[in-house]
Ligand binder design. Structure first.
Ligand SMILES: Nc1ncnc2c1ncn2[C@@H]1O[C@H](COP(=O)(O)OP(=O)(O)OP(=O)(O)O)[C@@H](O)[C@H]1O
Ligand SMILES: Nc1ccn([C@@H]2O[C@H](COP(=O)(O)O)[C@@H](O)[C@H]2O)c(=O)n1
Length: 233
């Protein structure tokens, strides 16, 4: 137990698409015995449900109503985590590039951000969690004990996403994938509400030339250093 919170510290990992947030959050959570909260998956679930309901991306009233009736939960499945929207497993459907782009539009809407902000704070308040997203260290938990801002060049992030999509049989070209990564960056950084940006007290990590293991070592050392400080208090 952390001297700070009941279940441990709060770790925030923010950064642009394809930087490695989900990969590192999953591994770091395993190393620390912490809960992995994929806030992107929550926004993706809202986007998927809004698409099914035929809700326009700027229809704030209907988006607010949808969020009021939506429960997003995470269920462990071996080493993986399934994403449930009102009990339905939407883990695969929310991962398409189409939903990814729609999510960038949906997540710019204030009612959606307010609804998910409440959910995310409730999920993480007691600590012992790692939340990955775009605004964790700046908006959701500005008092998080450990914050990282994980980035990489757009070309490298596009290459990673291209390999990931190709492995799933997606026919997108590398150039198309890099362009979509840049488009999502611009949408996430340029929006009015909770834009993607590095918290002033976040540790920046540029993973362009680092392996997943190398990034994990930097992150784990930083968290354990903070835990050691708390134990001395
Ligand atoms: N440092 C790294 N070196 C090489 N490949 C990496 C590195 N970090 C992540 N990857 C790979 O890049 C792809 C994207 O990683 P991941 O999904 O974790 O990124 P993300 O930041 O969560 O992206 P998004 O925000 O779009 O969900 C995955 O296939 C992952 O294995
Ligand atoms: N805290 C967050 C997390 C995500 N978003 C938006 O969701 C999109 C998908 O996120 P992934 O991490 O699954 O790629 C992302 O592009 C953001 O538009 C957000 O706004 N805030």
């Amino acid at each position: 137990m952390s001297a700070v919170r009941e279940n441990g510290v709060i770790v925030a990992i923010d950064g642009p698409s394809g930087a490695g947030k989900s990969s590192l959050t999953k591994l770091l959570a395993q190393r620390l015995g912490y809960i992995h909260i994929d806030t992107g998956a929550m926004f993706r679930a809202v986007a998927l449900m809004s698409k099914r309901a035929g809700i326009a991306t700027d229809d704030d009233a209907r988006l607010a109503e949808l969020c009021r009736g939506l429960e997003v939960t995470f269920v462990r499945d071996g080493e993986n985590c399934r994403v449930l929207a009102n009990g339905e497993d939407v883990s695969t459907e929310i991962r398409t590039e189409e939903i990814g782009l729609l999510t960038s539009a949906i997540s710019a809407r204030k009612p959606v951000r307010e609804a998910l902000l409440t959910m995310q704070r409730a999920m993480g308040a007691k600590g012992g969690v790692i939340l990955e997203g775009r605004d964790i260290g700046t908006v959701v938990f500005p008092d998080a004990e450990v914050k990282f801002f994980l980035s990489a060049s757009a070309e490298e992030r596009g290459r990673r996403r291209y390999l990931e999509l190709a492995a799933r049989g997606d026919k997108a070209t590398l150039e198309e994938t890099i362009a979509k990564v840049i488009q999502r960056d611009q949408q996430d950084e340029g929006r009015e509400h909770a834009p993607l940006k590095q918290a002033d007290d976040a540790l920046p990590i540029d993973s362009t030339s680092l392996s997943i293991e190398e990034v994990l070592t930097v992150m784990e050392n930083a968290v354990r250093e903070r835990l050691a400080q708390d134990d001395k208090r």
